[in-house]
Design a protein around this ligand. Structure first.
Ligand code: COA
Length: 190
């Protein structure tokens, strides 16, 4: 059964309404066994990252819980600015992806935006909350940044098992990073 949700910026929650302690308590209940690193991120880094500007997190919260002044996190997505390493990507492929941006022939590192985290709490199923909804949401957030500061691409790092999932969301595999055992995927946002 679909759970009514509201997507709220963590920054907005921290600005008012809920204490940091209440937010931490809600985060401590979040669990994601398939990828424990993402729940660790929420518990240990998300709030600190808001303070330092390292990333921005958006939470899908239960609307019913919010009506009762409670925080129940169904899922979350985190976006950040990032630098992508194009070393080893030949000019033809660079031009295909980026066009004639400055440095396309000689530079190896290009700025962009990263969808750094995406996860749903194990208490909920896809039918309760389709977490893929958070990807266009994150895309809109990034597109807003692009409109005012420039840039064009959103990137995602993911393991082998999720490449097909992100391809269905129009992210295109760019390369496989053997050292990190992660695929880098890219999507132009205009
Ligand atoms: C990724 C996620 C947010 C997607 O939610 P969703 O859009 O509602 O889609 P689903 O949960 O139905 O998952 C889509 C498919 O990916 C698979 N999948 C999701 N996370 C996976 C993981 N960590 N490892 C392996 N397979 C995974 C699901 O089993 C499902 O496969 P199916 O289509 O064959 O049934 C959610 O599955 C999740 O929280 N996964 C664990 C955390 C995670 O892996 N985050 C991504 C880090 S890059």
């Amino acid at each position: 059964m679909v759970v009514a949700t509201k997507i709220v910026a963590l920054a907005e929650l921290l600005d008012g309404g809920f204490s940091k302690q209440a937010i931490r308590r809600a985060f401590s209940r979040f669990s994601c066994e398939r990828d424990p690193d993402v729940s660790l991120f929420l518990k240990a880094h998300a709030i600190q990252n808001e303070a330092t500007g390292a990333s921005r997190t958006y939470l899908a919260l239960s609307s019913d819980a919010l009506d009762e002044d409670r925080l129940e996190v169904l899922a979350f997505v985190t976006v950040a600015v990032s630098v992508t390493d194009y070393t080893g990507i030949d000019l033809g492929r660079r031009l295909q992806i980026m066009g004639r941006v400055p440095g396309v022939e000689s530079a190896n590192f290009f700025p962009g935006y990263l969808v750094a985290q995406l996860a749903r709490d194990d208490c909920y199923t896809h039918d309760d909350f389709d977490a893929s909804r958070l990807l266009p949401f994150a895309g809109d957030v990034i597109a807003g940044a692009i409109a005012v500061v420039g840039g064009r691409f959103a990137y995602i790092d993911c393991r082998d098992e999720l490449v097909g999932y992100y391809k269905r969301q129009d992210y295109e595999p760019l390369y496989y990073d053997e050292g990190r055992d992660l695929h880098k995927l890219v999507k132009p946002l205009f």
